[in-house]
Ligand binder design. Structure first.
Ligand code: ZN
Length: 158
């Protein structure tokens, strides 16, 4: 995620609400996925914020696809690690992919929950029960995607 200011006020409530889900015990699969995310963060292009974020997606076909944040001098064109990984996954495996787990990491020892934009974009391809693990203010947080983005936008025309 792209968060040059660290703790955004708007996310404070969310982080506190989620704190009940904090855990120090990741299972081996999620720990491995987190390792991929940390490795991906090393490729971050973040000359403006210095915030180096990586994301790793586990797909239902077993593949792991990673991404890193890629900043832009215009700031607004910056793409987060999560979306970077997602577009890479679609480009590599096609439009029928399904995501079974997501890990987000950064090299700044800062909280980095997926931003709202990434949550909505992930919603297009992710299983509701997929685990999402990310650094929160008080440690690693693991939540099912359905709790990471309740009430996702859906288009249902009548
Ligand atoms: Zn994002």
């Amino acid at each position: 995620m792209y968060n040059p200011n660290g703790d955004a006020v708007a996310s404070k409530f969310t982080i506190e609400r989620l704190s009940m889900s904090l855990t120090n015990h990741l299972d081996a699969a999620l720990e491995s996925l987190l390792g991929h995310a940390r490795e991906a963060a090393r490729n971050s292009y973040s000359p403006y914020s210095g915030f180096k974020v990586g994301a790793a997606l586990r797909l239902t076909n077993g593949a792991v696809v990673t991404g890193a944040n890629v900043e832009n001098v215009s700031y607004g064109l910056t793409i987060c690690a999560e979306r970077s990984a997602l577009v890479r996954a679609v480009a590599e495996f096609g439009p029928d992919i399904r995501i079974s787990a997501v890990a987000v990491a950064n090299l700044n020892n800062s909280p980095s929950p997926p931003c709202g934009a990434c949550r909505q974009v992930l919603a297009e391809f992710i299983l509701p029960e997929a685990a999402v693990v990310f650094p929160a203010a008080s440690g690693m947080c693991i939540l099912p995607f359905s709790e990471v983005l309740p009430l996702a936008f859906e288009m249902k025309l009548k």
